[in-house]
Design a protein around this ligand. Structure first.
Ligand code: SF4
Length: 281
């Protein structure tokens, strides 16, 4: 779930919850918020790149420390010389704040409080509304009232939910995400998310034991998105990713990247229902 490689540097040494990511592709800096420093997630995706991932929920967050770290990070980016020292000229802008940690952010009981803190800090730097606030999520906890409160707050601050959907079948999610979450709940959570906040779908498509997602899997995926939209889900677009980085799960040797052609064929099937799809091979 983590965005990208951490920037190791003494500016960020000692930070528990906040980390900067310089993205060449997005030409900007993303401020990552990790509410799972204990590396605990309620899912276990076979491509998960978190080393030492454990099953569980985010720990109690030290909110004062989170506030301090966010303030220090934005201070270094906005008022300090962090950009000059570490960021290529063409990327010297802040793209977003992203809840993207070593586990599922919404398993934290303090998720909504953390969103409120981000709001406060952005306001204090006069950045509220000018940069996006993104939640990268597996979507499994959206039926919890406190998560919904967080999404409502995000919606009022240029927020986006990136809702993970790797498979539309129970069997597929069992294999890829090691979760028993039923399809009805996935659909309900997607509906809820999209009603509360701008929602994008993020999907990883890969080959397992040399086999790409079957035609039946791909058809079920398109059908689920169509069903969600027919029930009123406003889906912004679909971000279709290939396997980018090394998995730290035991299944790692069984995984392989799909070719660009395979990803594009899947993307075209999704596009045929009118959705915008961006492929990240
Ligand atoms: S949802 Fe999957 S990819 Fe994200 S942290 Fe959990 S196990 Fe890893």
């Amino acid at each position: 779930m983590r965005l990208n490689t951490r920037v190791h540097d003494r500016d960020v040494a000692g930070m528990r919850y906040v980390y900067p990511v310089v993205s060449r592709r997005a030409r900007g800096v993303s401020v990552g918020v990790n509410l799972n420093p204990n590396k605990a997630c309620n899912w276990r995706c076979i491509y998960c790149q978190v080393p030492g991932l454990t099953r569980g929920a985010g720990p109690e967050i030290d909110l004062e420390r989170l506030r301090r770290e966010l303030t220090d990070m934005f201070g270094a980016l906005v008022q300090g010389d962090y950009m000059e020292r570490h960021v290529p000229q063409e990327s010297r802008r802040i793209n977003d704040v992203a809840f993207s940690g070593d586990g599922e952010s919404t398993t934290s009981k303090q998720f909504a409080e953390a969103v409120a803190l981000v709001r406060e800090v952005l306001e204090s730097f006069e950045l509220l509304g000018t940069i996006r606030v993104v939640l990268i999520t597996n979507g499994s906890m959206i039926d919890r009232p406190e998560v919904q409160a967080g999404l409502r707050a995000m919606s009022s601050m240029n927020g986006e939910v990136w809702f993970k959907l790797d498979s539309a079948t129970a069997q597929g999610r069992r294999v890829l995400n090691d979760t028993g979450l039923g399809t009805e709940r996935v659909l309900d959570n997607l509906l809820l998310a999209s009603k509360l906040c701008r929602t994008r779908i993020q999907t990883i498509a890969l080959a397992l034991d040399g086999r790409p997602p079957s035609p039946e899997e791909q058809a079920a995926y398109v059908a689920l998105l169509n069903e969600a939209r027919s029930q009123g889900a406003a889906i912004e677009d679909v971000l279709l990713y290939g396997l980018e980085r090394t998995s730290h799960q035991p299944e790692a040797p069984r995984l392989a990247k799909l070719s660009v052609e395979q990803l594009e064929t899947f993307a075209d099937a999704i596009r045929s229902s009118g959705l915008t799809v961006t492929v990240h091979p």
